[in-house]
Design a protein around this ligand. Structure first.
Ligand SMILES: *Cc1c(COP(=O)(O)O)cnc(C)c1O
Length: 231
């Protein structure tokens, strides 16, 4: 694990990238938030994020997040960004403040049921596979309409917006297309259902500039902040 001063340097560099990308696309700086991705790093990664003033972290596994949350003294929001098996939905509802990786109707309905049981209103995003990558989870663009209709009818869920992961590619154009599609999908759904869907969670270490240019409201960054993952 890197030390805190290296983390601060990395954070400054990432923030400078965000500033530049916002300037290039004429977007206000406060329209993009940075979600530090602490998966596969020790609890210290979460503590660094909190110490530097950030208020949420992204994790991709229920058990790992539960362990960290259990031993974390700082107050921070926990966001799930990795695929969730529906048999872990109950735990996930208990642990996470927001679940970005909702990718099936079955999961959607289970999350609503467990949110009701736990007396919560759970914030979610719908993960859409706008890059049409066979290796990625997420709804197809063509399904999004009917999925959102179901989601909006579930009383214990609050749909904040859409999330995507670009296909792994050397070519940033591939990511750009996936991000543009997510934004257009959000705009279309928002109009059709007359709901805000304010969040577009897209962009990571390698493609955050194209994501911001395409309208990302939240970039999820691990490697550029913490270095290579440890496990
Ligand atoms: C790991 C992960 C990230 C962070 O990726 P980096 O390339 O390390 O910035 C972002 N989003 C998701 C869904 C991830 O699983």
């Amino acid at each position: 694990m890197i030390d805190y001063s290296s983390f601060e340097k990395n954070l400054s560099a990432v923030r400078a990238r965000i500033v530049r990308a916002c300037e290039c696309s004429g977007r206000p700086l406060d329209s993009v938030t940075l979600l530090p991705v602490t998966k596969n790093h020790p609890l210290a990664a979460v503590e660094y994020a909190v110490r530097s003033g950030m208020c949420a972290v992204g994790e991709n596994r229920v058990q790992e997040a539960a362990d960290k949350r259990g031993s974390c003294e700082a107050r921070v929001q926990w966001e799930l960004i990795g695929h969730l098996q529906s048999n872990k939905a109950q735990n996930a509802v208990a642990i996470f403040d927001r679940i970005q990786s909702v990718d099936s109707l079955k999961l959607l309905r289970r999350l609503d049921r467990f949110a009701e049981e736990q007396g919560k209103s759970l914030a979610i995003m719908l993960q859409c596979n706008t890059g049409e990558d066979p290796n990625k989870h997420g709804f197809k663009v063509a399904e999004a309409d009917s999925v959102l209709e179901v989601a909006l009818g579930l009383e214990h869920l609050r749909v904040d917006g859409l999330m995507t992961i670009a296909p792994l590619s050397e070519d940033l154009e591939v990511a750009r297309v996936a991000f543009e599609r997510l934004r257009m999908l959000r705009d279309a759904l928002s109009e059709r259902f007359d709901v805000a869907l304010p969040e577009l969670s897209m962009g990571m270490t390698g493609d955050l500039e194209v994501a911001i240019a395409a309208g990302s409201t939240q970039i999820r960054v691990g490697t550029a902040l913490y270095g290579e993952r440890e496990y």
